[in-house]
Design a protein around this ligand. Structure first.
Ligand code: M6R
Length: 609
């Protein structure tokens, strides 16, 4: 969480920093600040609240002068959102300013150490110790002072550091938190994410754990953890800034929902050639795949829900046992992993701290890690044995939609690929499944055309206080995602249950008018699901069902309203059925006046455990 940006060059820094921070606001948005070097000293302006408050305070950056600076947008960990706890943090002397993403785990010891030497602290944050420590060690060489300070730090960090003595230098360092340096004719940058600099340049250097970068207006020099110079490759980003902009839509979330057919095509097309699933991206041999004893799928949030769908599909097609684990639990549950265990890590950002920790634990235990990641060059992508990119493009809305859909698409390809290697599907079935897979984007387009109907349904139910989602098998996995989507952006309490489980307790919460959203797409268990719908109807619940063209006849008899999707092979139903659920959540949140792209208390990239 938290977004960092830094600029040093020939132009005024403050407007550039504000623009960069706008694109990083998805990483946190409870406070923001900048530190600008005016040629003599560091000027720090920071405030609690959204970036626009900071921007208003400094007239869009025009009232603060200087050609170098660092900026930050925060998601609070240590200390509530307040002016004092906002970044940049400055040392007592006013000579060192720091922006930070991550967590300094031993900050209390360091704080005690510095306090005993007369340092006074002005915030409750862990970050402030970095500023004070760098100042404490400074004896004429900023890079060495940063190096000494970092030597004492435990935890994760991406840091941007400036000193009053150096108007033309920014020092950056990172470990377990993403940071890039970027180069352009008009100056150089650091940022948590390339989207912050794309307006100015596409040439970026991905900093590795333990590396330092020293930026001047003309150069970016990178050093390893011993401060030895490192030659770094400059990567060229080939996607356009427009993909990180709203393009006329009111919200990023809506734009990203609408982009789904296109990005799913992009994800699948290069991997299906002559009706064969080709996964050039990965190096798993047929022998290895045949010998897999277990597959662990490890992820958080919506990515975990994708894992739930993948479990059903991989077990069904490839006949390998699959366990889906929440990344935050995986490493603490003594997982049984050996060299025959394939651990699939799913992450849009590739920087989710829990998933990173789980991936490292899986590797330590000898497992082979295959990751499904959207952000190219992210930590999870870099550290995995194999990676399949989802090619969804930048996803800005905190609530994931198109990344979820492309993750699903990759898991379908993987399921078919594994089944083919294991010899568990025959040629006809293989061909039929690939054919069905290719119909997904067009069928989603059909669903999107009917969005006004879903908007109408949202208008019927947006005032509900509690909403339950139910479904069986793959519909249960889908319900988990439908429920998360709704609650995270509309703030309506919602939970998802395996439909057969409701009667074991939760049904006591169903009363007159309670809305139950029933996922009833999985034909094989349709009658069972209908029985569960009837049970809640008998308690006077309102039922809104998601079903298929072929299921709608039966489902209509027990539902108050329906969202109908085209028919498709049962393995791929969640790709279609999630779309009305995303739209429903979106329209409900819209009617409730919620901040859809930046829901309260959340951040897009969860880089703390
Ligand atoms: O970047 P990741 O896929 O690792 O993120 C995992 C979750 O934080 C994420 O899916 C989260 O649940 C979203 N807010 C859901 O919309």
């Amino acid at each position: 969480m938290c977004g960092i940006v830094g600029y040093i060059g020939s132009e005024q820094a403050a407007p550039i920093l504000l623009d960069g921070l706008t694109r990083l606001e998805y990483r946190g948005y409870d406070s923001a600040g900048v530190s600008i070097h005016d040629g003599h000293k560091l000027n720090v302006i920071k405030t609690k609240g959204r970036l626009r408050i900071l921007s208003d305070m400094i007239d869009g950056g025009n009232s603060v002068h200087g050609v170098s600076g660092i900026g930050h947008t925060r998601w609070a960990t240590h200390g509530k959102p307040s002016n004092e706890n906002s970044h940049p943090h400055v040392s007592n002397s006013g000579n060192i300013a720091v922006v930070h993403n991550g967590i300094i785990e031993n900050y209390l010891q360091l704080r005690e150490f510095l306090t005993s030497r007369g340092v006074k602290f002005n915030s409750e944050t862990d970050t402030e110790v970095v500023a004070q420590l760098v100042d404490y060690y400074y004896d004429g060489d900023l890079l060495k002072a940063v190096h000494r300070a970092i030597d004492r730090i435990e935890g994760s960090y991406a840091l941007g550091i400036m000193a009053a003595y150096y108007p033309d230098m920014i020092v950056a360092a990172c470990k377990d938190s993403p940071l890039i340096a970027a180069l352009s004719e008009k100056g150089n940058f650091i940022a948590s994410d390339v989207t912050a600099v794309l307006k100015h340049t596409r040439d970026v250097i991905y900093l590795e754990d333990g590396e330092y970068a020293v930026l001047t207006p003309e150069s970016v020099d990178v050093f390893d953890s011993f401060l030895e110079p490192v030659e770094k490759a400059v990567s060229h980003i080939d996607w356009d800034i427009s993909s990180a902009e709203k393009g006329g839509y009111e919200h990023f979330m809506f734009k990203e929902i609408m982009e789904q057919p296109e990005v799913i095509r992009k994800t699948m097309a290069p991997r299906i050639r002559n009706r064969k699933v080709i996964l050039d991206d990965i190096q798993l041999s047929k022998e290895y795949i045949k010998g897999i004893n277990k597959i662990y799928i490890v992820a958080c949030g919506s990515s975990y829900h994708v894992g739930m769908v993948a479990k059903y599909n991989i077990e069904k097609l490839a006949r390998k046992p699959v366990e889906v684990a929440l990344a935050s639990e995986f490493r603490y549950c003594t997982p049984i992993v050996d060299e025959k265990t394939l651990v699939v890590c799913i992450s849009q950002s590739g920087t989710t701290a829990d998933t990173i920790a789980a991936m490292r634990e899986a590797k330590r235990l000898g497992g082979r890690v295959l990751s499904i990641v959207n952000v190219v060059g992210s930590t999870i992508a870099k550290e995995s044995d194999d990676v399949i990119y989802t090619w969804a493009g930048p996803e800005i809305a905190v609530a994931t939609t198109k990344a979820y859909s492309t993750q699903l698409a990759v898991t379908y390809l993987l399921s078919i690929y594994l089944a083919d290697c294991c010899g568990t599907i025959n040629a006809d079935e293989y061909e039929r499944l690939v054919g069905e897979l290719l119909t997904i984007p067009d069928k989603i387009e059909c669903i999107l055309k009917d969005k006004e109907h879903i908007q109408y349904l949202a208008s019927l139910y947006f005032n509900n206080r509690d909403i339950f989602f139910i479904g069986r098998n793959i519909d249960y996995a889908l319900s988990l995602e439908g429920s998360l989507k709704l609650k995270e952006i509309s703030y309506i309490h919602s939970d998802a249950y395996a439909a057969g489980e409701l009667k074991h307790g939760t049904i006591s919460l169903v009363e007159d008018g309670t809305l139950v959203i029933a996922a009833a797409t999985y034909q094989r268990l349709l009658e069972k699901t209908i029985s569960n719908i009837v049970e809640v109807k008998a308690r006077a619940a309102q039922v809104l069902s998601v079903t298929t063209e072929s299921g709608k006849g039966l489902v209509a008899q027990v539902s108050d309203n329906m969202m109908v999707i085209p028919d498709i092979d049962e393995l791929f139903l969640p790709s279609l059925a999630v779309v009305p659920m995303q739209l429903f959540a979106y329209y409900v949140a819209l009617l409730r006046g919620c901040d859809i792209d930046k829901p309260r208390n959340l951040a897009k990239s969860v880089t703390v455990e």
